[in-house]
Design a protein around this ligand. Structure first.
Ligand code: ATP
Ligand code: MG
Length: 734
């Protein structure tokens, strides 16, 4: 978007700046291609015409609560607006109906109060300051009034505040749709208390966030016809399993491990635990404690939340027994055994942990050892027992720890769902989605690939919606909108998930051929997609590939793609825990018909995830969506620091800039007739003479100044991109 002819000496403008992204100042010289600007900071900048944007000198210093109220809807204007609001602890801003939330990294007074909820109840949208409660209220109201299910999609990068926002939404919905329980715990209490339980088992400290959710979550709250909560269902996506066995500094393992080590002495004794520094799965990193978090209190709180969601004391005991068993499992080290290539526990200490793990799992000690150190191979004629070397035994141990943990997590989700209960007759629902945002790191593996697929799908959904909303606004105002172009990312989705022939399909194929490696897989990708405009092979690499995502290019390393896509339970592990004397543990490993044949059948994580996403999008498309875009203003996780570049990048990835672009493709400036006349009456004072209404005055004004391409709606004047600047420029000449 350029603003030709609108920038003259004396204009206030924004110019691109390598340090702060955009810098503002006054134009002192205009040449053909270049503009000289004196900046407020005292700096003089020479910028090329195409990189200079007009600045609205009448913009209120404290910003506007909705970006669409900005005279100029361009990148520097949007950024400046967010920034000036953030400086005053106004962390929420609308862009039309989208809520942008900038993480304050501090508790702000009153923001989360019950009193605040009361205020939003019944207030019209836009009447009060932007807030997640307003979004939840709009969703609830629309559901009741129009009888349509709703969804609220919360997105943003790690640490941006998705989970905190989601919890506020859930609280508000529980407040609106709650009812005192006749007996036992109410549905809404269980829904709210599911959060601390899932956080204990599914969140961990990472570099990016001290309480990072390592899974995606969709909470579906069901309502009866009177608008009261009648049931709920939680769906989770892709829990990060590798963290159970592998953590690097300065991150931590899942919170529950540290809580259990800090439990009251009788529990610690019962599970033979102690200092977390004793355990291999925890001591690979130097981080044990969290600022302002007391793990022993968290343990009690988690137990209490487990009570509320309906997990019995016996079940809680079994859960923590399994968690403790995993820690002991991790401490079993292996050395070479007597036979060639065999292994056995290293020493008395390892034997102690082996014994303890078997006691906690309530399974046979020897069977546990065998399941770690041996594999049974069944051929058509015979059954052979093969020994594993010490390294393979350690891999087998980690696989066991991971499968137990991931089954345990799924069990929790299931249990919570059963305890809350589904309402088969529910009229409508409000779904809240808290799912990982777009990721692009130095190295990107299969996890990033799946996460970015999610974001591509949600982006498509978002674009379609924003586009539709624009159309609706134009239809409502009865103006013509037919020429707005709309960029679709279907080609990227086809590249990834088309069947047959997409990347996931090719990965599954590779996983099924015993001789494939990541090299052969990468070669296959290069061959298949050599002409695809969204796919490329980085020059200096033999096995990486790059996808041109809507939010930018991401290069993926294929090394672990095959391994990470394979999901199977080692038959020996399945048999061992299936035989546990603890019904909870054996229940985590139900006998499936196909598994009875003792073969480890391949099942694809990528394909299953693709199906889950498909189901999620089907659910979403039957709802009216609302969006919250969370933004992380800095990577230090500290209050009051707003990094321009960082924020801009996130606005791009979250589709906020795209929504603005769609809006700019049409009529980004909308002024009510009132506003229009009072701002531009000065351009043609004569047309305002005599009595005429604002609509006529606006029409005459536009005619007089000779502006073309604008439209007159029912309540507003719609201007094309740049036209506002043109009028302002003329105004400054008057
Ligand atoms: P991840 O993808 O890693 O799970 P997330 O987007 O869910 O990240 P949150 O856990 O919600 O991020 O937020 C990170 C931290 O930021 C919180 O633990 C809290 O300290 C702070 N925070 C986020 N939102 C708010 C808020 N509205 N008020 C105060 N603090 C907040
Ligand atoms: Mg989170």
């Amino acid at each position: 978007m350029t603003f030709p002819g609108t920038i003259v000496v004396g204009s206030h403008v924004w110019a691109e700046d390598p340090e702060v992204a955009w810098i503002d100042g006054e134009v002192v010289e205009v040449n053909d291609e270049e503009i000289k600007i004196n900046c407020e900071s005292g700096k003089t900048v020479i910028a090329s015409t195409s990189n200079v944007f007009p600045k609205d000198s009448e913009a209120p210093p404290c910003g506007v609560d909705d970006m669409t109220k900005l005279a100029y809807l361009h990148e520097p204007g949007v950024l400046q607006n967010l920034r000036s609001r953030y400086d005053m602890n106004e962390i929420y801003t609308y862009t039309g109906s989208i809520l942008i939330a900038v993480n304050p990294f501090q508790r702000l007074p009153h923001l989360y109060d019950n009193h605040m909820m009361e205020q939003y109840k019944g207030a019209g949208f836009g009447e009060l300051s932007p807030h997640p409660f307003a979004i939840a209220d709009a969703a609830y109201r629309q559901m009741i009034n129009e009888g349509i299910s709703q969804s609220i999609l919360v997105s943003g990068e790690s640490g941006a505040g998705k989970t905190e926002s989601t919890k506020m939404l859930m609280r508000y919905l529980a407040y609106m749709g709650g009812r005192a329980a006749a007996e036992g715990r109410s549905v809404e209490q269980k829904v709210l208390e599911s959060n601390p339980v899932l956080e204990a088992f599914g969140n961990a400290k990472t570099v990016r966030n001290n309480n990072s959710s390592r899974f995606g979550k969709f909470v579906e709250i069901q309502f009866d016809q009177r608008g009261r909560i009648s049931g709920a269902a939680i769906r989770t996506y892709l829990l990060e399993r590798s963290r159970v066995c592998q953590v690097s500094d300065p991150e931590r393992n899942y919170h529950c491990f540290y809580m259990l080590c800090a439990a009251p002495p009788e529990d610690v004794e019962r599970y033979k635990l102690g200092n977390p520094r004793m355990f291999h799965y925890l001591n690979q990193t130097n981080c044990y404690e969290l600022d302002a978090v007391d793990d022993s209190k968290e343990y009690i709180a988690t137990r209490r939340a487990m009570d509320v969601v309906g997990i019995s004391t016996d079940e809680q005991d079994a859960i923590f027994r399994a968690v403790a068993a995993i820690l002991h499992l991790g401490n079993i080290e292996f050395v070479k055994g007597n036979e060639t290539d065999s292994s056995e526990p290293k020493d008395e200490k390892s034997r102690f942990h082996l014994r303890t793990a078997s006691e906690l799992f309530m399974c046979d000690e020897k069977s546990l050892e065998d399941s770690l150190c041996k594999r049974v191979i069944v051929t058509r004629d015979e059954t052979i027992t093969k020994c594993l070397d010490p390294d393979s035994a350690a891999v087998s141990r980690d696989a066991l720890a991971k499968i137990v943990y991931s089954r345990l997590f799924d069990w929790l989700v299931n249990k919570i769902n059963n305890s809350i209960g589904q309402d088969p007759d529910s009229r409508y629902l409000i779904g809240v989605l808290d799912i990982y945002g777009f990721e692009s790191f130095k190295t990107n593996s299969f996890e990033q690939f799946c996460i970015n697929l999610t974001n591509e799908k949600l982006q498509q959904h978002f674009n379609q919606h924003v586009f539709k909303m624009e159309q609706e606004e134009y239809t409502k105002e009865e103006i013509d909108w037919s020429y707005i172009e709309f960029i679709d990312n279907q080609d990227i989705l086809d590249l990834i998930e088309k069947k047959p022939g997409g990347i996931i399909a090719l990965l599954d194929e590779a996983c099924m051929f015993p001789r494939s490696t990541h090299e052969t897989f990468a070669q296959k990708l290069y061959q298949t997609f050599k002409d695809h405009k969204r796919f490329s092979k980085p020059k200096l690499s033999r096995t990486d590939f790059t996808i041109c995502h809507y939010a930018g290019d991401v290069t993926y390393q294929t090394e672990l793609f095959l391994d990470k896509n394979k999901d199977y339970v080692v038959a020996e592990h399945q048999a061992l825990l299936r035989a546990s004397r603890c019904s909870f543990v054996s229940g985590l490993f139900p006998l499936l018909p196909e598994e009875s044949s003792k073969t480890s059948k391949f099942s694809s994580i990528g394909s299953r995830f693709k199906q889950q996403l498909q189901a999620l999008l089907e659910t979403l498309s039957a709802t009216e969506p609302h969006y919250i875009r969370c933004v992380k203003p800095n990577n230090l996780l500290k209050p009051a620091i707003f990094e321009n570049y960082n924020v801009l990048q996130q606005l791009k990835c979250g589709g906020v800039m795209e929504a603005i672009r769609i809006s700019c493709a049409g009529y980004p400036t909308r002024k009510t007739f009132d506003e229009f006349v009072s701002r531009f009456g000065i351009l043609a004072p004569d047309v305002l003479e005599g009595r005429c209404d604002e609509v006529t005055a606006s029409k005459r004004l536009l005619e007089k100044v000779g502006l073309e391409g604008h439209q007159i709606g029912k309540t507003k004047v719609f201007l094309r991109a740049g036209q506002m600047a043109e009028l302002d420029a003329r105004r400054s000449e008057v």
